[in-house]
Design a protein around this ligand. Structure first.
Ligand code: HEC
Length: 179
């Protein structure tokens, strides 16, 4: 019997009958919608818990692509900007969230407000950008931007006054962060 089991004939027979059936059963089990969704949902929650998925970002890959196509031309891929194009977001963008008017500023700044992205896409990019480039300044109680909020803010875009408002807000942030 042992010899027969190890023989090629047995293996082929097992593949054709028992083996294949077993493989098929496993495949059906794994692709069952309830099982698959449950596993993915549990994984997402685990990532959220480990702070790996930024709040308000359903799809980081998509957010990054929107950033690459719509924002990084001025802000550079790593958010560091340049004197000639746009200020650095890296290590500073989320500081605006801790001063009155700063959150509104982020949604009304011209490059954001005039972006061709939809409100849903833009809110995801905003949440992704804050996490990606300045997570150290994200307040512990940070509420992610929603599409509705972004839509409301961008409807009142800043123009030339953006630069002056920016200076004032950063001065307030400096004061509130001073030891
Ligand atoms: C045409 C260049 C340009 C593009 C494109 C652009 N920005 Fe900006 N961004 C600026 C400039 C310049 C400022 C500084 C404020 C001002 O004077 O407009 C700024 C400011 C900001 C700020 C406020 C932070 C600060 O330090 O002032 C955020 C947040 C921001 N941009 C995010 C984005 C996002 C997200 C996109 C893509 C959807 C984007 N920007 C596209 C030029 C740009």
């Amino acid at each position: 019997m042992a010899r027969a089991c190890n023989g090629a004939g047995f293996v082929i027979a097992a593949m054709r009958f028992g083996g294949c059936a077993a493989v098929l059963l496993v495949a059906v089990y794994l692709s069952a919608p309830a099982g698959a969704t449950g596993t993915a949902g549990a994984r997402t929650q685990a990532l959220d818990a480990a702070n790996s998925l930024p709040a308000g970002v359903d799809n980081p890959q998509r957010a990054w692509q929107h950033w690459a196509l719509n924002c990084q031309g001025c802000h550079r891929p790593d958010g560091t900007g340049s004197a000639a194009t746009a200020p650095s977001l890296a290590g500073t963008a989320a500081r605006f969230l801790s001063v009155p008017g700063g959150r509104e500023y982020l949604g009304r700044v011209p490059g954001v407000a005039a972006s061709p992205l939809s409100n849903v896409e833009l809110s995801e990019v905003m949440n992704w950008m804050l996490w990606r480039f300045d997570k150290e300044h994200l307040p512990a109680n940070f509420q992610p931007f929603t599409a509705e909020e972004v839509g409301r803010l961008r409807a009142a875009p800043l123009r030339l006054e953006a630069s002056q408002l920016r200076t004032e807000l950063l001065r307030k942030a400096d004061e509130s962060e001073a030891p």
